[in-house]
Design a protein around this ligand. Structure first.
Ligand code: PSU
Ligand code: MN
Length: 306
């Protein structure tokens, strides 16, 4: 069997030299955003990371090989492959063993990136506890994976389609530090706040880096989950998010969509070109902002390691 993981030479060199690297997930490209925005956004995130002085490493699985850092043509080929899969950690042995291809979720990306030696990772929103868990349990593997993967994940909170209060509770149980960047409350992905109080807040990147380093000196296994609100100009008012999410979730239930297909279905409904363009605009805006913050964090971490 071929080597299961291949690190792009640019990424490998940067890591060997102790230069900053930011991992990027790829389910947002393969399943989270409509074409052709998905590829434009992937390029913009990589570009944003470079502008902040770090090397981007988009993680994905191509023909059974886990890849850390992709050539632009490889990401393009993956984005529209009809056989592309959504790969969380449980799916990795199947994808690698059977030669499949797909985007990696926050969970799978965090795991692969940490093993490659990458300290910072940018995404849109993490997965979490879905509403209605009392009747039908649906808790993203992102949560338990963050509990055992010491990396820093920069996000806009958990996606607004989730039960955010319960998501925050599970993060507490799993002992994942959730740190607001310039906020005391959990952002709601499309909205700047959910009103849910966070256990910690920092207002500058040096303080964020201090928290991440302390996690390491304490030898704790958890990720540090950084949450920052979507940029103000692109935020959607909470009532409108609630209404749109409720409608999309209703449609998902009517179509009997559940399991790993649920998140992509609801996000696709929100980001639909026919619908309200503000949801897509907010999604893109927060992804770019998170890529930038993760790169600034990676730079601080690399400096303090030197
Ligand atoms: N955030 C987005 N778009 C996405 C996702 C997050 O803005 O597509 C993806 C992430 O990859 C996340 C996954 O890890 O959804 C969670 O899916 P699930 O709830 O099935 O674990
Ligand atoms: Mn699920």
């Amino acid at each position: 069997m071929p080597e299961p993981t291949r690190i792009h030479p640019e990424v490998r060199d940067a890591l060997a030299d102790g230069r900053p690297v930011v991992a990027l997930e790829s389910v947002v490209v393969t399943h989270g955003l409509p074409a052709p925005t998905h590829l434009a956004l992937a390029r913009e995130m990589e570009q944003a990371v470079r502008e902040e002085g770090a090397v981007p490493a988009t993680v994905a699985v191509l023909d059974g090989v886990v890849r850390v850092g992709l050539a632009p043509s490889e990401l393009e080929a993956l984005a529209d492959r009809p056989d592309r899969r959504k790969l969380s950690v449980r799916d990795l042995p199947v994808a690698v063993g059977l030669g499949q291809s797909g985007g990696t979720t926050v969970a799978a990306t965090a795991l692969v990136a940490h093993r490659a030696g990458i300290a910072a990772f940018a995404t849109g929103g993490i997965g979490g506890v879905h509403p209605g868990a009392a009747e039908r349990l649906d808790v993203s593997a992102d949560l338990p994976t963050l509990a055992r993967t010491p990396i820093a994940v920069v996000s806009a909170g958990a996606k607004s389609i989730l039960d955010l209060a319960n998501t925050l509770e599970v993060l507490e149980t799993l002992s994942v530090p959730v740190v607001g960047f310039g906020t005391d409350t959990l952002p709601g992905f499309h909205t700047r706040t959910t009103g849910l109080a966070l256990p910690a807040r920092v207002d500058d990147v040096a303080s964020l880096a201090a928290v991440v380093r302390a996690r390491d000196t304490l030898r704790l296994p958890q990720a540090v989950l950084v949450v920052q609100p979507v940029p103000e100009a692109d935020a959607v008012p909470p009532e409108e998010v609630h209404r749109a999410v409720a409608e999309a979730t209703e449609r998902a239930h009517a179509a009997r969509v559940h399991g790993s297909a649920l998140t992509p279905f609801v996000l696709a409904a929100l980001n639909d070109a026919e619908g309200d363009p503000r949801f897509l605009r907010a999604n893109l805006s927060l992804l770019r902002a998170n890529a930038r913050l993760a790169a600034r964090l990676a730079r601080h971490l690399a400096e303090s390691d030197a």
